[in-house]
Design a protein around this ligand. Structure first.
Ligand code: XIL
Length: 445
C-alpha cells in the first residue's frame, strides 16, 4: 500500500512538472512562428502563410508597405487570425509589401516571425487582350505573317488587327480600273476566321498612292469620280468585316500645320477629306471612321491644326467617329503630360481615340548597339505609361490600342531610320521583353 502511494506521488509530481513547463501555468512558452513566402500572388492580393507553433491559440499578423512597419496597411495591424494563413487583399498593384506574424495565447505574445517581403504583380499568363478593359488590343499583320507563332500570339494576346501595308491604295488598286484583292481578302478572311476585330488602314494616304494616281491624266472632275468609286468600292467590299477605317491618313504637315500638298489636295482642295468621309459613310453606315496622324502629342501646332480641321468637319456634319494618334514615339519623348493633354482634347470633342500605331524607339539617338538593361527598363516604363494613359480615358472614348509590329526585327522603324532599335514588345525570337510586362502592368492598373 505504501509502495502504491509512493508511486502515485511520483506520478503526481511528474504530471505537475510536465503541466507547468517553465514552472508557470499562466504564461506558456510561445515560440515565434516560422513565416513562409506568400502564395497566390496577384496584382491586388496575396496569401500570407506561416508554420503554427505549440501552445498558440491564434496569431496576429502585421502587413505594411514599410519594412520597418512604421505604418500598416488598413485593417492589417495586429490582425487576429485563427488559421495559419490569411488572404491579404485590396492592395495596390506592383507594390512591395512586408508581413510578420506573432503567436498568441491569452495575454502572451511570442516574438515576431522574421519579416517576409512580397510584391503584388501580374500573373504572367494574363493575355494583353484580357488585361485591357473595354477596348481592343491590336497589332499589325502582313499576309505572309499570319501562321505559326505570329498566328498563335495574335490569337492569344490580341483582339484586333490592322493590315500593315496590304490594305493601302497601291496594293488594292495598283492599276486604273483593276483592283487586286488578293492580299486584302486574305487578311480580312484571317480576321473573320480568328474572330479578331479588323481596323482598316488606310483609304487615303499620300505615301501609298499608286503611280497612276500620282500621275493621273484625267480632269479634276474625273479624279474625284474615280476617288469616290475607289472609296465606295473598298468600303462596300469589306462592309461588316472591317469595323473601322482610317479614311484619311497624315493630311496635315508637321510644323506648319498646313494641308499636305498631296495629289488629293491638288486635285480636289481641302474638301477631299470631307468628301472621303461622306463616301465611306454612304458605303457602310455602321463602320467607324477615323482620321489618323502622327506627332500629335508633343504640344506642337500640328495637333491644333488637326483639331481645327476635325472641328470643321464636325461643324459641317461630316461623319467622323474618331481620331487616331499613331504614337510612333521614343522612350524619352513625348512627356506623359503632353500625351494626356492631347488625349483630353479628343475626349472633350466626344470622339473616339485610337492609339493606332504604337511603337517606342529605345535607340532614337543611335547610342546603343544592343539593348542595355537600363534602356530596356526605360522602354518598359514608357510602354507602361502609354497603357496607363489610354486605360485612364473614359470608356466611351476608347477604341483600341494597336501596336505597330510583332517583334523587334520586324519593325518598320529599322528601315525607316536606318539603324538598330528594339521598339516592340517581343524580341526577334518572339520572347516577351520587359516592355511587354510594362505594357501589361499599365493595362491592369
Ligand atoms: C508603314 C509600314 O509599317 C511599312 O511596312 C510600309 O512599308 C510603309 O508603311 N504611318 C502609317 C503607317 O500610317 O501606314 C506606316 O506603316 C508607318 C507610318
Amino acid at each position: 500500500m505504501k509502495q502504491l502511494n509512493n508511486i502515485l506521488l511520483l506520478i503526481l509530481i511528474a504530471m505537475v512538472t510536465l503541466a507547468c513547463g517553465s514552472g508557470d501555468a499562466t504564461a506558456p512558452t510561445l515560440d515565434a512562428p516560422l513565416a513562409l513566402n506568400a502564395t497566390d500572388i496577384t496584382q491586388n492580393s496575396f496569401t500570407a502563410k506561416w508554420v503554427g507553433v505549440a501552445n498558440a491559440k491564434s496569431y496576429q499578423i502585421d502587413v505594411s508597405t514599410a519594412n520597418n512597419f512604421s505604418s500598416f496597411v488598413d485593417g492589417f495591424e495586429a490582425k487576429s487570425v485563427s488559421d495559419v494563413k490569411l488572404e491579404v487583399s485590396s492592395l495596390d498593384a506592383n507594390t512591395d509589401y512586408f508581413y510578420r506574424v506573432r503567436a498568441v495565447n491569452g495575454e502572451t505574445l511570442s516574438a515576431n516571425s522574421m519579416t517576409i517581403t512580397t510584391r503584388t504583380t501580374i500573373p504572367e499568363d494574363v493575355p494583353l487582350k484580357e488585361a485591357a478593359q473595354s477596348f481592343f488590343i491590336g497589332n499589325v499583320v502582313q499576309s505572309n505573317r499570319m501562321t505559326g507563332t505570329h498566328k498563335e500570339i495574335l490569337n492569344r494576346e490580341y483582339s484586333s488587327i490592322t493590315a500593315e501595308y496590304e490594305m493601302k491604295m497601291n496594293i488594292m488598286y495598283p492599276y486604273e480600273g483593276a483592283y487586286d484583292w488578293t492580299r486584302s481578302d486574305a487578311i480580312v478572311d484571317f480576321a473573320v476566321t480568328n474572330n479578331l476585330n479588323l481596323h482598316g488602314h488606310a483609304l487615303i494616304w499620300h505615301n501609298s498612292t499608286p503611280d497612276w494616281i500620282e500621275n493621273y491624266t484625267g480632269t479634276d472632275a474625273e479624279f474625284e469620280a474615280m476617288l469616290e468609286d475607289y472609296v465606295k468600292t473598298v468600303v462596300t467590299r469589306y462592309k461588316g468585316k472591317v469595323k473601322s477605317w482610317d479614311v484619311v491618313n497624315e493630311a496635315i504637315e508637321d510644323g506648319s500645320g498646313d494641308y499636305r500638298n498631296s495629289v488629293f489636295y491638288q486635285r480636289m482642295g481641302a474638301d477631299y477629306i470631307a468628301k472621303c468621309f461622306k463616301w465611306a459613310r454612304e458605303a457602310d453606315e455602321d463602320v467607324l471612321l477615323f482620321y489618323n496622324d502622327y506627332n500629335l502629342c508633343d504640344n506642337g501646332n500640328k495637333l491644333t491644326a488637326v483639331l481645327n480641321m476635325i472641328d470643321g468637319l464636325t461643324t459641317g456634319n461630316v461623319p467622323i467617329n474618331g481620331l487616331g494618334f499613331q504614337m510612333h514615339i521614343s522612350y524619352n519623348w513625348p512627356d506623359r503630360s503632353d500625351i494626356e493633354a492631347a488625349a483630353q482634347k479628343v475626349v472633350d470633342r466626344k470622339l473616339k481615340l485610337h492609339f493606332s500605331e504604337l511603337d517606342i524607339r529605345a535607340n532614337p539617338n543611335n547610342d546603343l548597339t544592343s539593348l542595355s538593361s537600363a534602356r530596356s527598363l526605360e522602354l518598359k516604363a514608357k510602354y507602361k505609361e502609354i497603357a496607363e494613359v489610354y486605360t485612364a480615358i473614359p470608356n466611351d472614348n476608347k477604341y483600341a490600342l494597336t501596336i505597330w509590329g510583332m517583334k523587334d526585327n520586324e519593325s518598320w522603324l529599322l528601315d525607316f531610320w536606318g539603324h538598330i532599335d528594339w521598339p516592340l514588345l517581343y524580341d526577334s525570337n518572339f520572347d516577351e521583353k520587359d516592355a511587354y510586362y510594362g505594357f501589361l502592368e499599365g493595362l491592369m492598373k
